[in-house]
Write a protein of this length. Structure first.
Length: 227
């Protein structure tokens, strides 16, 4: 009301305090046969008002994975951020099996003050070399291939086709003999279309003129002709 003023100087002392923020990118990664150790970015932000020296740790409850940082200790100024790369890799990988998901945690901690700490969680998916479904498909394909190879139609093979005697007078008998492996239906001797129904056999013919006899053997999807 009177316009009178007064000033009193004072001092505010802000004591050192610590506050950390920890981020992980990506939150989840996959380890495969060709990409065994995915890389994670660990971002540390110092929200306090003093410089912090921090150690980095990582682990999972079952100790199934191995972790490695590019640096195990960092120094972060007040209000600043530092990004450290970390690789994570399963200690073992089955040849056949389903994928498995591991949850791990990354922790930063001051070596001088155990209360200055922060943590973040991530996930690592481990995939087997072959999935159970793929392995089953491959096994079925292999068994089918083996079965086809064992039961496949075998091609016909003419072991021998002979005439006894090789030369005769007109009207004299000649014995034609054959030995055929994997004989099928539709085999014959020409001329005359004499049927050949057995693998080993013979037939007597009486040529009346110069004649060339041909054996046509069929079997296993193959046709063989022999004189």
């Amino acid at each position: 009301e009177s316009g009178e003023t007064a000033v009193q100087p004072a001092t505010l002392t802000v004591r050192p305090f610590s506050a950390l923020q920890l981020e992980l990118e990506p939150k989840r990664a996959t380890s495969t046969l060709f990409y065994r150790a995915p890389v994670f970015d660990v971002r540390i932000t110092n929200l306090g008002n003093r410089e912090e020296t921090l150690d980095l740790f990582a682990g999972d409850d079952e100790n199934y994975c191995a972790y490695e940082f590019e640096r195990d200790r960092v120094t972060v100024r007040p209000g600043g951020s530092v990004t450290v790369q970390m690789v994570a890799e399963p200690r073992s990988r089955p040849i056949i099996g389903s994928s498995r998901l591991f949850q791990f945690s990354v922790t930063v901690r001051s070596p001088s003050d155990p209360y200055v700490t922060a943590a973040v969680t991530g996930q690592l998916e481990r995939k087997a070399v072959f999935s159970a479904v793929f392995a089953a498909v491959v096994l079925v394909a292999v068994l089918a291939g083996v079965g086809f190879w064992m039961w496949r139609p075998k091609p016909v093979v003419v072991r021998s086709f002979t005439a006894d005697p090789m030369q005769v007078q007109a009207g004299e008998p000649v014995t034609l003999a054959w030995d055929i492996e994997n004989l099928g239906d539709g085999s014959y001797i020409s001329p005359g279309n004499l049927p050949v129904k057995t693998s080993v056999g013979s037939v007597v013919v009486t040529p009346q003129e110069p004649t060339t006899y041909r054996l046509t053997a069929r079997g296993g999807g193959r046709t063989v002709t022999q004189m």
